[in-house]
Design a protein around this ligand. Sequence first.
Ligand code: KG4
Ligand code: ZN
Length: 328
Amino acid sequence: MIIAAFESSCDDTGVAVLDDERVLSNILASQTDIHARFGGVVPELAARSHLESISFLLDRSLEEADCKIDQVDVFAATVGPGLVGSLLVGLSFAKGLTLASRKRFVGVNHLLGHLHAVFLAFPQIQYPFIVLLVSGGHSEILLMKSWSNFSRIGRTRDDAAGESFDKIARMLGLSYPGGPELEKLASSGQASISFPRPLSDKTILDFSFSGLKTSVLYYMRDNPHEKKEDIAASFQSVIIDSLVEKTFLAAKLCEVSTVVIVGGVASNAALRERARACAIEKRMELFFPPAEYCTDNAAMIGRAALEMARRGAYSDLSENAVPFLGLV
Ligand code: KG4
Ligand code: ZN
């Protein structure tokens, strides 16, 4: 089954072509330069930029995949969550192609896409497993019992993990997007400042990062000469400890021995290292998607669409964008 997938939920335009599980091409047009001078994503500019590049990206993606448009069996696009103007570009484009070619269409939940990113590299993962999904808008722990049977057992009570990275990066004067920049800065610092550990109670599976953000803010105000590298390293260490401890606690409480970590923040090398050490200590299996499949991309949307198509879960062309779509 050939799938052409589109991801346009936020600020990067992704187009991928898959032949069943195999990714034939996975192209991403970054909008970083457009939004950087505003310090964050400007929704209207994001939507316009998607519109300008999507057709060209499809041509390139098909060319790289050595595939003709009439060979595509299924068109897939993200339906939500995300910025409505951005979502509508990929969604309308995919639906238009479906209508013109009389093929099938699958609308994909972006969060389900993040979950399926791990299967692109590790198709052998067995259910049940625990997933930590950490992106710019979400921080959730899920118990996955099967493809369609999953429950949320932990979530953030305020900021998402990626959002915290972005906000602290901004406070440190780093450029957008903040997460990778903060990681870079932290790599040359020492985690020498003891910021408070949020919700450290061993029975709570929820996260809370806004208090940590305030502590960093006050610390910077009261210690203007502190090395920014050390502030970044100290903040990163607390947030990573919280993410890793809660996730492995969830695995223990649910009596599950496999842990999966996905989403943009999962590309953070310090998080990966800390989680690996924890998995070895607790004798659990741990999987991350390769870094390029952690941050937003269309291959993960195609992979989730493949699962849906295999189960006959095609979507109607009346399917609309859902900006606040959840997973459960
Ligand atoms: O999954 P994603 O690409 O988009 C959303 O669905 O939100 O995640 C983007 C988030 C941003 O907040 C970004 O700063 C964060 O992931 N991020 C990182 C790293 N790379 C991306 N955070 C920490 N360390 C990184 N290396
Ligand atoms: Zn995402």
